[in-house]
Ligand binder design. Sequence first.
Ligand SMILES: Nc1ncnc2c1ncn2[C@@H]1O[C@H](COP(=O)(O)OP(=O)(O)OP(=O)(O)O)[C@@H](O)[C@H]1O
Ligand SMILES: [Mg+2]
Length: 266
Amino acid sequence: MSTSSSSSSSSSSTGASAAAGGVTVPPASLTRSAVRRTSSLNSVIVHDLRLKLGSRDVKRPVLNGVDLQVRRGSLHMLLGPNGCGKSTLLKVLGGLLVPDSGLIDADQPSGFVFQNPDHQVVMPTVAADVAFGLGRYELTEEEVAAAVRSSLRLVNMEDFMYRATHTLSGGQRQRVAIAGALAEDPKLLLLDELTTFLDREDQFGVLGAVKNITSQRKDVTAIWVTHRFEELQFADAASYMENGRVVFTGTPDEAKAYMRKLGAPV
Ligand SMILES: Nc1ncnc2c1ncn2[C@@H]1O[C@H](COP(=O)(O)OP(=O)(O)OP(=O)(O)O)[C@@H](O)[C@H]1O
Ligand SMILES: [Mg+2]
């Protein structure tokens, strides 16, 4: 099962629900071909993005002027200390939160996958789970089956199509969750700490699956939030956030050097 979003993406009027941590339900009229791309080689262009969160009386700045560009078709990693705004930025990019100001131009639609696969893989079989989100589109049975199969193939889980989801490992469940997002044909995958609960084998299985997606589908971009530095070797580029801003963007090696200077054990 997946969370997808296809809200408009210009400046502060993204038109999505502003409920923090909430999930935007796409309008019933949505079609799977409702694709929108930025006009450049970048899948994401963000400039001076600002957002305060909190109660009506006590709001505090969470995004403090984010600037970010992400190449289309890349696997772009986003790192930074707890509370620096990574998840909030992903939610804004996916249209789940509306910024107070700034510019966003991002390929659409987007698909989210979160940290805990147990919250996202809920159907009894792999095929049913991946097909779940397709229920809102007018698709034939054959079209659904084809979308499910090709999505599972991209995450190397085709052989598990008829398996019961409760028999899968954490990493296999994450790959099923990613396939669920992929089935809806997103152009931007927003992946928030998918490997936190995984052992090393599952961790690299999931990373390899995402790398495979961006290698095979040049029109799909993945933004991968992580705290695990060893994952950088899979990235095409990486950004580091601090206090609600992106303070560094570069190659994985440059990112490692940057973080080493900050004293991180990279
Ligand atoms: N709905 C909210 N209301 C008030 N503050 C919020 C809300 N959501 C997030 N915050 C605050 O915004 C800051 C950034 O949160 P966010 O979850 O984006 O950080 P993060 O970089 O993803 O952290 P982590 O690495 O721990 O996941 C934190 O201080 C958090 O407490
Ligand atoms: Mg987070």
